[in-house]
Ligand binder design. Structure first.
Ligand SMILES: Nc1ncnc2c1ncn2[C@@H]1O[C@H](COP(=O)(O)OP(=O)(O)OP(=O)(O)O)[C@@H](O)[C@H]1O
Length: 685
C-alpha cells in the first residue's frame, strides 16, 4: 500500500536508508539534501571554583573507579594537553618561517631545505592537531557515556530511597530537576560537563602560557589580518529514529516511577525502592552501554568526517600563501612590503589569543554552574529522610503476625508540609490485634491520613502512635511496611507495561505471569489487555519518544503512529480505560494469597473499591474477608456499606475522632454517624 501524503514511511528503503546505531533504528532520507536553516564578579567565580575542589576530587575518585574510565580519562587528558601545546609549536614554526622570509629579503638568498623543513613541520602540526581532535572525538563518546551511566544509576538509587516528605522538599532542587530531565537530555551529565569544563579551562591556561612564551621569543627577534575561516557544510536531511529496546523503555519507565511525585506514595508504602533499583540495574545491564539517547549518538556521529582528505588538503592550502610569498621574496625582494612578515606573525598570535577568553565572566560562570552541579549531586547523598528509621526489627516473633497487630493513636495531630491547617487534630483510639476497624467520614476528613501515619508515610506532628504497645518510631520502617499490606485509593499509573503495573501490586509475584493474569481477570481487565496490540507488554504511557528531523511538510504519522514530539501527550479514551483496568487489577494483585502473605499482620485499605464496578467490588470484599483470617484490618471509606456492620470498631472522623464504637452503639447514640448511615441506607429500605 502506498503511504498517504504526510506519512513518514520508514519502510520505503528506496527513499530512506536504515542504520542500526546502538539500540536505535535510524532512518535517513537518501537524496533529500536541503540547505541548512540558519539557526558576579570574576573573583567570586574563582572563589566558588576553589570551594568545589573537594567535590571535584571526590568526583575524580568516583570516575576512576568506573571500569575502563581510568584509561579513557588518561587518554583524554593526554590528548587535551598535546592539543594545547601544538598551537604553540605551530606558532614557533610560523615565526621561523617569517625569519626566513626576512633573511631572504636581506640576503636575497633562501635556504630551501630549511624553508621546506619549516613548512613541513608546520603542516605536521596542523595534521597532528586534526588527529588529536579525531582521537578526542573517539575517546569522548564512551567516556562520557560510562560516566553518565554510572551517575545515572547512582541518582536513581538515591532518589528511590527518599520518603514522601523528603521527596516533597527535594523535588524542587536543582539536582532533582537535572535528574528528571535525565535520560533524555545531553545536559544531564553534570559530571561529564564538569570534567569537560575544568579540562577546558586548565588547557586554556597551558595553551596560553606556551603561546605567550613562543610569541615573546619570536617577537624578540622581530619588530604586526584577514582570517581564513572555514565554513563546514552541514547537510540537513529528513530523518527519524526510534528504539524498540524493551529494557531501555523500562529504564525510562522505572525512572519515571522514582522521579515523579504522584508515584512516591505507592513506592514508599509498597517498599518498592529496593525492588525498582534492582529492576533498573538489571535493565541497565541488559542494555549495557547502548543505553544512550539518540541525541547523543547523533553528536558522536558528526565527528566521523574529521580526518577527511579534503580537510588535509584544505589545511595545506591554508599554508600556501606563506610559501608562495617566500619564493616571491626571493625573486623580487624590492617590491615586498617590509612590514608583511610582522603582520602575518601578529595575525597568528592574535588569532590564538582572541580565541582564548579565559577571563570572560561568561566562560567562568558556566564553569561555576557546572561545578555547582557536582556539588548538588554529591550533596544529594547527605539528604536524610525525614521519616527517621527505627533500629529494632519488627515483629520480634513472625508467628505473632498471624493474630494481627494492635495500633493505638495517642493525641495525634498532623499537618501536611506546606499546609496551614491540621488534617488530624488530637486523635486518640485503639484497634486491638485482629480487629476490623472501619474509618468513616466525609471527603477530606482525614481518613487516608490515618492510614498514612500508620504506615509511616508521614510521622505525626504531635502525639504518639503505638504498634503492639510500642512506639512505632522504634521499629525499622521496612520491617513495619513488610508487616502491613497497604492499598491506597489514589493509585498512580506507572509508566511501565500493563504487566508491570499489575505485578507491582505485589513485587514478590511480579514475575509470575499466571498470577498477573489472574489479577487481571479478577480486575476485569484480561479481555481488554488481550486485545491490545502488545497485550500485557503494552505501555499506556511510554516515556521514550521517537526522534526525527526535518520531516516532509504535513507529516502526520511516523512509524505508523501520530507524529508528536512528546511521548507524554494527553491520554486517549482507550488509555483512560486501560488505567482504570490496570488499577483495579493491581488491587487484586495485592490481594493474591501467596507464601509471602503470612508476613503481613495488618491490612490497610483506603477506599480500595473506588475504581471497581459493583461486581468487582463484591469479589474484592469476598477475597479480602478470606484473606484476613485473624489479622487486623483497617478500612477507610465514605460508603457506609455492610462493612461497617461487621466492624469491631468504627471511627467517625472529621479532623478529630467525633464518634467511636460498633455500628449498634453508634446507631443507638443517634449522632452524625447514624444520620449519614440512615441517609445512605434510605433508598434501599
Ligand atoms: N499530600 C498532601 N498534602 C497536603 N495536604 C493534603 C495531602 N493529602 C491530603 N491533604 C489534605 O489533608 C486533609 C485530609 O485529607 P485526607 O486525604 O486524609 O482525607 P480523606 O478523608 O481521606 O478524604 P478522601 O476521602 O477525599 O480521600 C484534606 O484537607 C486534604 O486536602
Amino acid at each position: 500500500m502506498k503511504p498517504r501524503a504526510g506519512e513518514f514511511d520508514h519502510q520505503d528503503d528506496r527513499r530512506f536508508k536504515h542504520t542500526r546505531v546502538g539500540i536505535w533504528d535510524l532512518y535517513e532520507e537518501r537524496q533529500s539534501v536541503l540547505p541548512r536553516i540558519p539557526t558576579s564578579s570574576i573573583s567570586e567565580a574563582y572563589a566558588q571554583i576553589i570551594q568545589s575542589v573537594p567535590f571535584l576530587v571526590r568526583m575524580l575518585k568516583d570516575v576512576l573507579s568506573i571500569r575502563r574510565c581510568p584509561m579513557l580519562l588518561s587518554a583524554y587528558l593526554v590528548v587535551e594537553v598535546l592539543a594545547s601545546l601544538i598551537p604553540a609549536v605551530s606558532l614557533w614554526y610560523s615565526g621561523q618561517l617569517l625569519r626566513l622570509v626576512e633573511s631572504a629579503m636581506e640576503t636575497r638568498t633562501v635556504d630551501t631545505t630549511l624553508l621546506v623543513q619549516f613548512a613541513v613541520a608546520h603542516l605536521i602540526c596542523t595534521i597532528a592537531m586534526r588527529f588529536l581532535r579525531y582521537s578526542k572525538a573517539c575517546i569522548t563518546p564512551p567516556l562520557s557515556l560510562y560516566i553518565k551511566q554510572f551517575y545515572h544509576e547512582r541518582m536513581f538509587h538515591l532518589t528511590a530511597r527518599l520518603d514522601m516528605p523528603t521527596f516533597q522538599t527535594f523535588q524542587g532542587s536543582h539536582a532533582m530537576q537535572e535528574f528528571q530531565m535525565g535520560l533524555d537530555s545531553w545536559s544531564t551529565s553534570v559530571v561529564w560537563e564538569a570534567i569537560k569544563g575544568s579540562t577546558n579551562i586548565t588547557m586554556m591556561f597551558i595553551r596560553l602560557l606556551f603561546q605567550l612564551l613562543v610569541l615573546i621569543t619570536v617577537m624578540w627577534e622581530h619588530q604586526d589580518g584577514p582570517l581564513l575561516d572555514r565554513q563546514w557544510s552541514n547537510l540537513w536531511v529528513v530523518w527519524a529514529a526510534r528504539t524498540t529496546n524493551k529494557d531501555f523503555i523500562r529504564m525510562h519507565g522505572l525512572k519515571g516511577l522514582v522521579v515523579w511525585y504522584h508515584h512516591r506514595q505507592e513506592l514508599v508504602a509498597g517498599n518498592l525502592g529496593e525492588f525498582v533499583c534492582t529492576q533498573f540495574r538489571e535493565a541497565a545491564q541488559h542494555v549495557g552501554h547502548d543505553a544512550v539517547e539518540f541525541s547523543e549518538l547523533k553528536q558522536f556521529r558528526s565527528f566521523k568526517d574529521c580526518l577527511s582528505i579534503a580537510f588535509i588538503f584544505q589545511e595545506t592550502m591554508h599554508m600556501l600563501p606563506q610559501i608562495v610569498f617566500t619564493f616571491r621574496v626571493l625573486k623580487n625582494p624590492m617590491i615586498t612590503p617590509i612590514s608583511l612578515a610582522s603582520l602575518i606573525l601578529i595575525k597568528h598570535s592574535f588569532h590564538a589569543f582572541s580565541d582564548t577568553d579565559f577571563l570572560s565572566s561568561h566562560k567562568l560562570s558556566s564553569l561555576v554552574i557546572r561545578l555547582s552541579g557536582i556539588r548538588n549531586l554529591y550533596e544529594t547523598e547527605y539528604i536524610q529522610n525525614k521519616v527517621v528509621d527505627g533500629t529494632e526489627p519488627f515483629p520480634e516473633n513472625q508467628q505473632s503476625l498471624r493474630s494481627g497487630i494492635s495500633v493505638e493513636f495517642r493525641n495525634v495531630s498532623f499537618q501536611y508540609p506546606g499546609r496551614d491547617s491540621c488534617a488530624l487534630r488530637n486523635v486518640s483510639f485503639k484497634i486491638g490485634a485482629g480487629q476490623l476497624c472501619v474509618v468513616v467520614g466525609v471527603n477530606g476528613s482525614g481518613k487516608s491520613t490515618i492510614l498514612k501515619l500508620i504506615s509511616r508515610i508521614y510521622d505525626p506532628t504531635e502525639g504518639t502512635i503505638l504498634i503492639n504497645e510500642r512506639d512505632i518510631k522504634t521499629f525499622r520502617v521496612a520491617d513495619l511496611r513488610a508487616a502491613m499490606s497497604i492499598l491506597f485509593q489514589d493509585y498512580s499509573q506507572f509508566p511501565l507495561s500493563m504487566r508491570e503495573n499489575i505485578g507491582l501490586g505485589k513485587p514478590a509475584l511480579a514475575h509470575d505471569d499466571d498470577k498477573v493474569r489472574e489479577a487481571a481477570r479478577l480486575g476485569g481487565a484480561e479481555d481488554f489487555i488481550d486485545e491490545l496490540p502488545d497485550g500485557f507488554d503494552t505501555y499506556l504511557d511510554c516515556l521514550v519518544a521517537d526522534y526525527y528531523g526535518d520531516l516532509p511538510e504535513g507529516t502526520t504519522t511516523l512509524f505508523g503512529q501520530p507524529a508528536s514530539k512528546s511521548a507524554a501527550g494527553k491520554r486517549s479514551g482507550l488509555q483512560c480505560v486501560g488505567v482504570e483496568y490496570s488499577n483495579s487489577s493491581r488491587t487484586f494483585m495485592r490481594s493474591l494469597v501467596s507464601e509471602t502473605e503470612s508476613s503481613a499482620g495488618m491490612l490497610l485499605f483506603d477506599e480500595p473499591s473506588a475504581s471497581l464496578d459493583p461486581t468487582a467490588e463484591h469479589d474484592l470484599f469476598e477475597r479480602l474477608r478470606k484473606l484476613r483470617g485473624n489479622k487486623t484490618m483497617l478500612f477507610s471509606t465514605h460508603r457506609f456499606g455492610n462493612l461497617t456492620q461487621h466492624a469491631d470498631l468504627i471511627l467517625y472522623v472529621h479532623e478529630a475522632v467525633q464518634e467511636a464504637g460498633t455500628h449498634d452503639e453508634l446507631m443507638k447514640k443517634g449522632g452524625e454517624y447514624a444520620r449519614i448511615w440512615n441517609l445512605q441506607a434510605k433508598p434501599f429500605i
